[in-house]
Design a protein around this ligand. Structure first.
Ligand code: CP
Ligand code: NVA
Length: 311
């Protein structure tokens, strides 16, 4: 990987100061354009003359629209393709695709089935590569989540965030963020669906304060924010076993009542109402899921601006 290129592959790869700078920029960009039309370009237009390529191997609503809106608001342009429509889908090597696109665009955003494919793409590319979800992580989502928590409740450092449910890709990025942003993380999950042990070990090495329990009530007790996600992620095949194992992990009104009174509820969406969360919670006063979805634009603008500033 060329060290001078600013990839955004995982939160744990960036230092705390760079990440804080990105989140501060996300807050500032959102504040600066309050009341503006969606297509109005930010005053500094840092992506003027730049193109972002967006490649999707999996379905997406928020990521697709928010990255497209983001690059336009920065003054740039976008090209979107489903991987299945590219030669990538017929077996062209990832490295060759990366080298070709490096001659045609200024940054690439990829949503991929396999995390290692995004890493291989970044190894071969001479332009920034952004991870827009893999089987192992979803870093852009967690930046938007932290932005949402901060805009409603102030600095995330020192707060307690509770993750309830599957120890999946979104949970992994939250684990990666814990030490970098200085929050305490409690994870309530069934033992067989625990987070990746390499992620937990690295987080511990990086000084993260993370506790894991099989009791969802213990996980949320006194938390400033409760986060959950679907029990069946894209690519998961054990649908019935999952639904059964996660049943006690539904975020309902009774579980939310154990968190701090001021606690927020977040969910990256899409939600499966009646499974991981009740209508009462996701539509209730503590839920900020639509601010969270909007913040995908603002957080990713800050990521794009940071990536492009390095090239
Ligand atoms: N939260 C999220 O990444 O949503 P999409 O799958 O719709 O992009
Ligand atoms: N964990 C979910 C997140 C979707 C945005 C998935 O990977 O399907």
């Amino acid at each position: 990987m060329k060290p001078s290129v600013r990839h955004f592959l995982d939160i744990w790869r960036l230092d705390a100061a760079s990440l804080r700078g990105i989140l501060d920029d996300a807050h500032a960009r959102k504040a600066a354009r309050r009341g503006w039309g969606q297509a109005v370009v930010d005053k500094d237009a840092p992506a003027t003359g730049r193109t972002l390529a967006m490649i999707f191997e999996k379905n997406s609503t928020r990521t697709r629209f928010s990255f497209d809106a983001a690059i336009r608001q920065l003054g740039g342009a976008s090209i979107i393709a489903n991987a299945a429509d590219m030669q990538l889908g017929r077996g062209e090597p990832i490295e060759d695709t990366a080298r070709v696109l490096s001659r045609m665009v200024d940054a690439v955003m990829i949503r991929a089935n396999r995390h290692e494919d995004v890493e291989r793409f970044a190894q071969a590319a001479s332009i920034p590569v952004i991870n827009a979800l893999t089987d192992r992580s979803h870093p852009c989502q967690i930046l938007a989540d932290l932005q949402t928590l901060e805009e409603h409740r102030g600095p995330v450092a020192g707060k307690t965030i509770a993750w309830v449910g599957d120890g999946n890709n979104v949970c992994a990025s939250l684990i990666h963020a814990a030490s970098r942003f200085g929050f305490r993380l409690t994870i309530g999950c069934p033992p067989q669906y625990h987070p990746d042990l390499v992620d937990l070990a690295r987080a511990a090495d990086q000084g993260a304060d993370i506790e894991m329990t099989a009791d969802p009530r213990a996980a949320v007790e006194g938390a400033d924010c409760v986060i959950t996600d679907t029990w069946v992620s894209m690519g998961d095949t054990d649908h019935d076993a999952r639904l059964k194992a996660f049943e006690p992990f539904q975020v309902d009104e009774a579980l939310m009542a154990l968190a701090a009174k001021h606690a927020l509820f977040l969910h990256c969406l899409p939600a499966h109402r009646g499974e991981e969360v009740t209508d009462g919670v996701i539509d209730g006063p503590q839920s900020k899921v639509f601010d969270e979805a909007e913040n995908r634009i603002h957080a990713q603008k800050a990521v794009l601006a940071w990536c492009l500033a390095g090239n």
